[in-house]
Design a protein around this ligand. Structure first.
Ligand SMILES: *[C@@H]1O[C@H](CO)[C@@H](O)[C@H](O)[C@H]1NC(C)=O
Ligand SMILES: *[C@@H]1O[C@H](CO)[C@@H](O)[C@H](O)[C@H]1NC(C)=O
Ligand SMILES: *[C@@H]1O[C@H](CO)[C@@H](O)[C@H](O)[C@H]1NC(C)=O
Ligand SMILES: *[C@@H]1O[C@H](CO)[C@@H](O)[C@H](O)[C@H]1NC(C)=O
Length: 282
């Protein structure tokens, strides 16, 4: 074997030990915004998926729910309609809701011997959700001079001790301005409150006329890398706030929710963002 091959082999060993960690369990973190679709990879799949089992736990001590049993979807779970098994044994979940956060474990069991093959492959799914004080199910009017509060929350496994979790995995949640720069408490225009126990970061500000077209984003980062981001756009004059999401985990752009919509006029449909208002693109 040449030196280069030895290097390759060493690289693979280092890589696989990084991936599997110390416990022998392959763990990954996926950050998704509510409303998006997600594909959770099964990193221990065998040649086909008839041995695949997907297990869900919302919390460390919660009862395990079998979502997929030996390649077949369990019809007993509430959300079975949003789930499907990919040809590579990945678990697809459509239209993510804040209830979907937690740990998803992929295992391989052989029917014949009734034994588990290989280690668990675990995905921690974190769900990012942004909401606004002025939102309602249908329409709310807000105008310049009114204060608006935007809440950005990360729903994670072990939500109870969110601050520990975020610290150990170096996960950060923060608001940024249009230029992508982090908003801080020192900016007098904004009141930023964070509640580490609930993984919520709140942005409170009074809307100004010049906020027309202004964007605020809530970013979630892990080890200083942006993992997901949800954007707010303020439409002034007849104020319109649009909530959109930038998708990192999947090659789709999904419109999440219209927080507050009041159409100023028929010209609206010429703005790309407002075209997006009427379209959920996949
Ligand atoms: C955020 O969560 C709330 C409460 O769970 C839900 O009503 C809302 O639709 C979610 N937002 C989005 C954009 O899905
Ligand atoms: C996604 O789920 C929400 C409720 O969480 C529902 O109101 C909405 O209609 C769903 N969207 C699609 C495209 O199924
Ligand atoms: C926040 O996310 C947006 C969208 O990916 C990015 O353009 C911006 O640079 C990010 N800002 C920070 C401080 O992470
Ligand atoms: C937001 O700021 C306004 C004006 O300073 C204040 O009246 C309101 O109570 C604040 N809301 C929250 C949730 O902090």
């Amino acid at each position: 074997m040449s030196d280069e091959c030895h290097l390759c082999l060493l690289g693979l060993i280092v890589l696989s030990s990084l991936l599997t960690g110390t416990s022998g369990v392959d763990e990954t973190h996926v950050f998704i915004s509510s409303g998006e679709d997600v594909r959770l990879l099964c990193n221990n799949a065998l040649h086909d998926c008839t041995s695949t089992v997907w297990i869900y736990n919302r919390f460390r001590d919660s009862a395990a729910v079998e979502l997929i049993g030996l390649g077949k979807k369990k019809k007993t779970t509430e959300r079975h309609e949003r789930l499907s098994l990919g040809s590579d044994c990945s678990l697809n979940i459509k239209n993510i809701s804040t209830e979907d956060y937690g740990s998803y474990t992929c295992q391989q069991w052989t029917d014949v011997k009734g034994e588990q093959q290989g280690p668990d492959a675990r995905v921690y799914l974190h769900v990012l959700n942004v909401s606004s004080s002025s939102s309602s199910s249908s329409q709310t009017e807000i105008s310049a001079g009114r204060s608006v509060t935007l809440f950005c929350q990360l729903y994670s496994y072990d939500g109870g001790s969110c601050d520990d979790w975020m610290r150990s995995e170096r996960i950060e949640l923060f608001w940024v301005n249009q230029a992508g720069v982090k908003l801080t408490r020192s900016d007098s225009r904004y009141q930023i409150l964070s509640s580490s126990h609930h993984c919520i970061i709140t942005l409170n500000t009074t809307l100004l006329n010049e906020d027309h077209n202004r964007e605020w984003r809530c970013n979630v980062t892990q080890r200083d890398q942006v993992k997901n981001s949800v954007k707010y756009t303020v439409k002034s004059s007849e104020i319109l706030i649009i909530l959109k999401t930038a998708v990192f985990a999947a090659p789709t752009v999904t419109l999440l929710q219209i927080i507050c919509a009041r159409r100023a006029g028929r010209k609206d449909s010429q703005h790309p963002e407002e075209i997006a208002l009427n379209t959920i693109s996949k």
